[in-house]
Design a binder for this molecule. Structure first.
Ligand code: GRF
Length: 207
């Protein structure tokens, strides 16, 4: 059984997808051990509560320094013996120390087909606004392992859906979440838990 920590900052629909996959047995041999939130107001915390998952708030501004914030999180991760981390709408850039300690064991979900519409400024609804403004015909989501950059780590899974003529950023965001993100994030966690990923530079092979 692998111990998973899910990092959140907001609504937590991706957290919910992980909880539901575990409850239905689609996601196997993974225990959702903890939810770490960067905000006390995140609705994701209520989702964790309802599912009986312990949650911890590590809010950057509560700490004297970035260093103290990182050390506190690392201590908790070690104490809980966490094996895997899923960043599910986590709005804080992960400190390189955590990236190093959990190399290839941290996955992020991004609501576009990377390398389109990713990196600085491409978060939340802006990703979908930018995709529509550019006129792309396909949208989608990407899971990738975390490295020291923003949305630059090795890609694990991508899922695409067509953009519809009457799409607005909001309708596109909703479909990308439901039809792409909520499927490939639990799938990626399963692959990581089963130790099926082989990383070679920027390429990830599924064995
Ligand atoms: C999702 O679109 C995710 O891809 C992005 O942030 C959003 C979080 O949504 N990184 P939720 O909190 O999981 O509902």
């Amino acid at each position: 059984m692998k111990k998973l920590a899910v990092f959140v900052s907001g609504g937590g629909t991706n957290l919910q997808a992980i909880i539901d996959s575990a409850a239905s047995g689609t996601l196997k041999n993974v225990e959702i051990t903890a939810v770490f939130s960067s905000s006390r107001k995140a609705y994701a915390l209520e989702r964790a509560d309802k599912a009986g998952i312990p949650s911890f708030c590590f809010v950057p501004k509560d700490f004297d320094s970035r260093e103290a914030f990182t050390v506190a999180m690392l201590e908790k991760l070690r104490e809980l013996k966490i094996d895997l981390i899923a960043l599910a709408g986590y709005m804080v850039v992960l400190d390189p120390r955590i990236v190093r300690e959990f190399q290839y064991r941290v996955v992020n979900i991004h609501p576009s087909l990377i390398p389109s519409f990713c990196g600085k400024g491409n978060y939340g609804i802006h990703v979908h606004e930018n995709a529509l403004a550019r006129g792309v015909k396909l949208a989608g989501a990407t899971t990738h392992l975390i490295d020291d950059g923003t949305d630059t780590g090795p890609i694990v899974l991508q899922k695409a859906i067509p953009v519809l003529d009457d799409d607005t950023p909001e309708t596109l965001q909703k479909r990308v979440m439901k039809e792409c993100e909520h499927q490939i994030l639990p799938e990626t966690i399963q692959l990581m838990a089963d130790e099926r990923l082989v990383v070679d530079g920027n390429r990830v092979f599924i064995r």
